[in-house]
Design a protein around this ligand. Sequence first.
Ligand code: KIV
Length: 270
Amino acid sequence: MSTEPTPTRRTTAPQIAKRKGGEPIVSLTSYHAHTAAIVDRYADFILVGDSLGMVMHGMETTVGVPLDLMIMHGRAVVRGTKKALIVVDMPFGSYEESPAVAFRNAARVMKETGCGAVKIEGGQRMGETIRFLSERGIPVMAHIGLTPQSWNTFGGFKTQGREQDSWPLHEEDARVVTEAGAFAVVVEGMVEPLAARITGQIAIPTIGIGASVQCDGQILVLEDILGLSPRVPKFVRVYGQVGPLIEDSVRRYAEDVRARAFPTEDHVYR
Ligand code: KIV
């Protein structure tokens, strides 16, 4: 009998695509091997989002995130997980120039992290690139609505679809990314009726964040639901308060060190 470990079978992008209209798809971000191992037990896919620039590295927006940083965190998350599909965000500047540049960088992300898909922001303007990547072995999750990498052109993080005459543009974004071959699409910061309407119009799963309960799945930033982020958007439900727990542990450790109450006999080598 073989003593080889059984190879793990991760969720794949086509399996996520088939979940359209079915049981809601669960997703969270993770940037770190140990938290990813916990998320892996409950999520269908894990996004190594470029939000890591703001959440982990104190940046003001995601615009400054470099490709190498995404690869480093992507590797950590792949190492920490066994089951979920890992999707790595393509950062600003790594894919917009041309489909060929996007392919070169996305292939690097896939080879160097072992992830199963990449995510790129943009609707109609990214149609050609999504098609180019999908036809060449790179599953693409699209991202429409509020696309944080466009912070400078939007003039901030602005909810999309507030004026009903803009709806056809967002609907067209969703249609184009679907037809170009995206396996799913993140719908972020979009008024609820429009997100629900788009979900009913396209054949791939919509993954909502600040969108609608009618979306085929939901995603949130892990640190936001843990109460670890200093400013939490309206669309987040906070499930825990990990910040005070960390602070309490750090405070007690500092007190023990200052009082020479740590380390004790139990923590030293004789
Ligand atoms: O970067 C990110 O974390 C994201 C999600 C919040 C959708 O793009």
